[in-house]
Ligand binder design. Structure first.
Ligand code: MRU
Length: 395
């Protein structure tokens, strides 16, 4: 069974498009899909993190509007003119963009989809229906393109690790050698349209028999590592070990050369390569530098924000204190049995009255990053600087 966090059905002869997302708040213990019928429902699902991960957020937002626009087209409820359809698309996209601030993929998608709608209005013979159709087709394409981009990221990253790390070269020459990767947060099928970015690199390494173990960090406070990445690794039967975030240094000291690289995703890569990603990424990069472990960021080009000069300009989302002071999950009996039928319980893990700071992301300086793995290849620094211009179409 392929893990599919986003289930979208295009319109058919007698039905409007539909969208369902895997509710990541109840994973890994329950598999439950929730319908997304409007931009309001998508906005809430993104804010509450029923869906999360930079590419998945952008795709769900774009498809939620496709459900609205496609449904209106099907039931004859579109605004009268192409201009009005374009304006309403623009307003709905602007609303969706306010759901979470740090990941650039949503802003990038909003910009591109607005251009699609505008271009459609300028076509000879444009109608309200043709503008709606152009929007829906572009949003649907994002779902398909993301999977193929992730597979390409996986291949490029795997090849880079094979060629540029001590563990990679040893394993290539001798299949009895061990090789491990550490990843942080969740960047897999649950954070994208499928396959994943950093987790895509792990999947590609495993498929090429170039990985003997993956390590995933718990990723406090939201536990995307222990709940979601661990779930995907177990699902794919990749030999994997969970560590708490504070064990990363001990792991690097223990593994030495066997740990080929740390591979993480990104929510926004600034023009100079500074990278916003899940809180804790920066500390892993510092540790990697200290231990001589390669540090890779895996992200599609839609995550590279050339309009943001450096990490100083990235807005970091701060989330509710309760994410730090409480934890939720099914109860466990004294003899270790999970009481899955009884739902989840919230327990308090901190002193009442303590102040809490809960930034969802941090910024890893470019100097600590060895390469940015994209769908068109791995960008490395030249004379200590990243230059992403060559991987984008020239104007
Ligand atoms: O707060 P989240 O769970 O949305 O944060 C996710 C991450 O930080 C991921 O590493 C990033 O979005 C890349 S997902 C391919």
């Amino acid at each position: 069974m392929v893990l599919q966090a986003i289930q979208y059905e295009p319109a058919s002869a007698d039905s409007s498009p539909t969208l369902r997302i895997l509710d990541q708040l109840v994973l890994p213990h329950r598999t439950s899909y929730v319908p997304i019928r409007s931009c309001e429902e998508a906005h809430a699902a993104i804010k509450q993190m029923k869906v999360r991960g930079a590419p998945a957020i952008a795709i769900v937002a774009a498809l939620a509007l496709a459900v609205e626009v496609g449904g209106a087209a099907k039931t004859g409820k579109l605004p009268a003119t192409p201009e009005e359809v374009k304006d309403s698309i623009g307003q709905r996209l602007d609303f969706l963009k306010t759901s979470r601030p740090t990941a650039v993929n949503l802003g990038d998608a909003v910009g591109k989809l607005k251009i699609v709608a505008k271009k459609a209005t300028l076509q000879p013979g444009a109608s309200a229906e043709s503008v709606a159709q152009a929007y829906v087709a572009a949003a649907e394409r994002m779902l398909v393109d993301d999977v193929s981009d992730n597979k390409a990221i996986g291949e490029h990253g795997a090849r880079w690790i094979e060629e540029n790390t001590a563990a990679g070269r040893k394993r290539k020459a001798d299949r009895s050698q061990e090789i491990a990767i550490l990843t942080h947060c969740n960047t897999g099928s649950l954070a994208t349209a499928g396959y994943g970015t950093a987790l895509g690199v792990i999947r590609s390494l495993r498929a090429a028999d170039m990985l003997t173990r993956a390590y995933c960090s718990e990723t406090r406070p939201y536990n995307q590592g222990s709940r979601l990445t661990a779930y995907e690794l177990v699902h794919d039967e990749i030999p994997a070990t969970l560590i708490t975030d504070s064990m990363a240094c001990a792991l690097m000291a223990r593994e030495g050369d066997r740990l080929a690289a740390i591979v993480v995703g990104a929510d926004r890569v600034a023009a100079n390569g500074d990278t916003a990603n899940k809180i804790g990424t920066h500390s892993l990069a510092v540790l990697a530098g200290h231990h001589g472990v390669k540090f890779l960021v895996a992200a599609p080009r839609t995550t590279i924000d050339r309009d943001t000069a450096s990490g100083m300009d990235i807005v970091i989302e701060e989330r509710a204190p309760e994410e730090v002071t409480r934890i939720k999950g099914p109860r466990v009996t004294a003899d270790g049995k999970l009481l899955l039928d009884e739902g989840s319980e919230m327990v308090s893990t901190a002193a009442v009255g303590i102040d809490v700071w809960n930034p969802a992301f941090d910024v890893t300086p470019a100097e600590l990053i060895d390469g940015v793995v994209t769908e068109v290849g791995v960008v490395e620094k030249v004379d200590g600087k990243f230059n992403f211009d060559p991987i984008f179409p020239q104007p």
